[in-house]
Design a protein around this ligand. Structure first.
Ligand code: F6R
Length: 364
């Protein structure tokens, strides 16, 4: 059942190109996005004033990428909430708002409660769900299925990738309906999205480099991830993945926040992983990397193939395939998932079933 792989987590990472293809290609026709959401016709989407994305854990991290994409492409304001916070904070919801729930299992108690709260207020709800017929899928006004097939490993990997895929499709659709994207730009993004499975495969093919980094990090006691903008959201997801499967203490910081406190934790040999895929922010993140390096950190950089990296800047370098900047998260997360996996294996952890965790959290 593991298809020759030693663990479901590794099998599921290797399934990402196919899962993303299944999720994206039926929803693009002739250079246009076709979401076919019965309760959300184009006129309604065009009038959406604000989007609230609500989810837990990895699904919430996908939502954070979704916020960058939707705000950049459609200029529609997006808030992202942790479901267990949203449900108790009496959120301000407007009648032309849309509440988007993201859940692999479709059974997460807090996400379901957030959905019921929004529905109770008469606000339209859209669920992005993997498991067909699950509670969240049944109760939401509309569903966009991610079609990734079953995800068995407790740590979510391919589900995150297909959640990103749906969010990008939604972002491009909203961008064109809100008059922010020209037909040519929409066509370009559609063709870039159709190429993502091949790019993700290319990222997976870089596994030997990741394994070498895993060897170096396997005895770490703490790992810090730093990044800016959308790369910061990837840091949060990478940090969660690494801590949950390897039991190494990990933290993700917005790179610009380091000097407001966290940098005091950096000492000789502290591993710091910087994610820098956005050209406009690259020099800023690199300068933060230099600051921690000057304080003794062992630094590693994740960036794209074209980034100019000073020869002695980092000890370890992971390069990801070049894609449109906005889509970079889809390829960048791949080596970081593989890194978490390989470190956990090297440490002898129960990768598919980390201690104290359940695949589906049906109690709050
Ligand atoms: C982490 C992980 C969890 C889930 C979270 C939400 O690897 O898998 O953080 O993402 O429990 O689960 P779903 O998506 O089923 O609502």
């Amino acid at each position: 059942e593991k298809g020759g792989y030693p663990h479901f987590m590794l099998k599921e990472i290797h399934e990402e190109p196919d899962a993303v293809r299944r999720c994206i290609s039926p929803r693009i026709r002739d250079g246009k996005i076709e979401l076919n959401i019965p309760g959300l016709p184009n006129e309604t989407l065009a009038k959406t004033e604000r989007i609230h994305i609500v989810a837990c854990g990895t699904a919430m991290h996908a939502g954070l990428v979704g916020r960058y994409a939707i705000e950049a492409l459609a200029r529609v304001p997006v808030e992202v909430d942790i479901a267990s916070e949203f449900r108790y904070r009496n959120p301000v919801l407007g009648k032309n708002d849309l509440v988007v729930l993201i859940s692999q299992s479709g059974e997460t108690a807090d996400t379901l409660a957030a959905l019921r709260l929004a529905k109770g207020r008469g606000i339209r709800t859209l669920a992005i769900v993997n498991v067909p017929g699950s509670s969240i899928a049944r109760e939401a006004d509309d569903v966009l299925y991610t079609w990734a097939g079953p995800e068995i490993a407790v740590a979510s990997t391919k589900a995150y990738l297909v959640q990103l895929s749906v969010l990008y499709l939604l972002a491009v659709k909203l961008g064109s309906l809100h008059g922010e994207l020209s037909t040519e730009k929409e066509q370009q993004l559609c063709s870039d999205l159709l190429e993502m499975p091949a790019k993700i495969q290319e990222a997976i093919d870089g596994e030997p480099d990741v394994l070498a980094c895993a060897e170096e990090l396997k005895n770490a006691q703490h790992v810090f991830f730093i990044g800016r903008g959308v790369d910061y959201t990837l840091c949060m997801e990478s940090s969660l993945k690494l801590k949950e499967v390897s039991y190494i203490h990990c933290e993700a910081y917005a790179a610009g926040e380091l000097k407001h406190g966290t940098i005091s934790l950096i000492e000789n040999g502290t591993p710091v992983i910087a994610v820098a895929t956005q050209p406009s922010l690259y020099p800023k993140t690199v300068s933060n990397l230099e600051e921690v390096k000057a304080r003794g950190a062992d630094v590693m950089l994740v960036c794209d193939k074209d980034a100019k990296v000073e020869p002695d800047l980092t000890k370890n370098l992971l390069r990801v395939p070049n894609v449109d900047n906005i889509l970079a998260p889809m390829v960048t997360i791949v080596p970081l998932q593989l890194l978490a996996y390989h470190i956990a294996v090297l440490r002898g952890c129960d990768v598919d079933k980390p201690r104290n965790l359940a695949k589906s959290v049906t109690v709050e």
